[in-house]
Design a protein around this ligand. Structure first.
Ligand SMILES: Cc1ncc(COP(=O)(O)O)c(C=O)c1O
Length: 393
């Protein structure tokens, strides 16, 4: 996989192709011969068949994260899940109207927090260490008697850094607050047990884990459910938290993707860790190149590299690698990444940063190709560096 006219795909953190086994499972839900019925039509067998598939999908997602099936609420993706968790809490909370999050979060959290501030909530934004870590101590220092919810990501989308959610949840719960975790970049890449980690709400997305786009889920623990108000009103689906006819094919796709992740994550991760190591061994000695958050606890899938050489992007953008110059959402906004700024990169360095993300279909040959490509580009930049030297001296 991963070639279009020899363009190699290194952007799995932006999205993944659906696994062929996922596609096959989805197709059976669409046509007249398949489970096309409305899962809410309980008066006939065609609806009941769809309902059964929806519930099977729910169990598959729940099994991957150690949850009960009835704690999974279907949404359109992690953006909606984040909105439901945060706005849902804010709408239900008459006291404890202080929230804590970090400047490293995805825009789906940050922009939602911004809208809640306009509605009278107060929000504290934690800052990371230079390695991109949000510590339990930083969380503890931000908590007040008014704090109702803390929202942090498990894996950062640009750096691949892991947050110590197990330590943080203890502090959050001791203060009587809820913990929401954005796990869009973590699902299927690192083991998650919501009970062991002490998570009350957790956002997930299928398209980051070889499922289809347009479907995700919010884990809402049984205990937390009463503290969340619905954001989508209608027929009272999903325990009243998210109305709307359920998309059977999408749900079946996400369920299959999660079942595959549960079965294959360890093997995938071992392979990806080896490939990631090979990539880094090939490029870390190159002039002007540095890995961001190198010493932090990270998943191996996501590698952030700053190549501090003039001309890098002129050569790189015409190159052969499908990488992100920043996260996909920031690329759309055309601004330097807020994550890179938060770990201390200036705009120029942030602009010379690429994210390579590896996945299920990345091959050793892809990695060797990427290394050769980066070596070539750095070599092409060298004369420009030399040209600049007198000016700098
Ligand atoms: C950390 C994180 N949160 C949320 C999202 C949004 O997910 P979705 O595309 O499912 O809305 C993304 C996607 O890039 C992400 O990386």
């Amino acid at each position: 996989m991963s070639e279009t006219n020899d363009l190699r795909y290194f952007d799995y953190a932006a999205t993944t192709p659906a696994d062929p086994r996922v596609i096959e499972s989805m197709v059976g839900c669409l046509g007249a011969e398949g489970a096309f019925g409305n899962p809410a039509s309980s008066s006939h067998a065609i609806g009941l068949r769809a309902r059964q598939l929806v519930e099977q999908g729910r169990k598959q997602v729940a099994a991957l994260i150690g949850a009960h099936a009835d704690e999974i609420i279907w949404t359109s993706g992690a953006t909606e899940s984040n909105n439901l968790a945060l706005k849902g809490y804010a709408d239900a909370a008459s006291t404890r109207r202080h929230l804590v999050t970090s400047v490293l979060e995805h825009k789906a959290v940050l922009d939602t927090m911004g809208s809640l501030e306009k509605r009278g909530m107060s929000v504290t934004y934690l800052r990371p260490s230079a390695e991109g870590e949000i510590t339990a101590d930083a969380v503890a220092a931000a908590l007040t008697a008014e704090t109702g919810m803390v929202s942090l990501m498990l894996v950062n989308n640009e750096l691949g850094t892991l947050t110590d959610i197990a330590a943080i949840s203890q502090i959050v719960h001791a203060a009587g607050a809820l913990l929401h975790v954005d796990a869009a970049q973590a699902l299927g890449k690192t083991p998650i047990d919501v009970n062991a980690l002490g998570i009350d709400l957790m956002s997930m997305s299928a398209h980051k884990v070889y499922g289809p786009k347009g479907i995700g889920a919010l884990y809402v623990s049984r205990a937390a459910a009463a503290r969340i108000a619905p954001q989508m009103h209608g027929g009272g689906h999903e325990r009243g938290l998210r109305s709307g006819t359920l998309a059977t094919h999408q749900i079946v796709g996400m369920g299959t993707a999660c079942e595959l992740a549960a079965a294959e994550m360890n093997a995938d991760n071992e392979r990806i860790a080896r490939l990631s190591e090979r990539l880094l061994e090939g490029v870390l000695g190159l002039e002007g190149l540095k890995q961001n958050a190198r010493t932090a606890r990270r998943i191996p899938h996501t590698v952030s590299l700053t190549i501090d050489l003039p001309g890098f992007f002129e050569f790189m953008l015409t190159g052969d690698l499908a990488v992100s110059s920043t996260s996909a959402c920031n690329s759309a906004a055309g601004k330097p990444s807020h994550v890179l700024s938060a770990i201390g990169l200036d705009d120029a360095a942030a602009g010379r940063t690429i994210r390579l993300s590896l996945g299920r279909y990345t091959t050793q040959e892809d990695v060797d190709y990427a290394v050769a490509c980066l070596q070539r580009v750095v070599g092409q930049c060298q004369p420009m560096v030399m040209g600049e030297l007198p000016a700098k001296v």
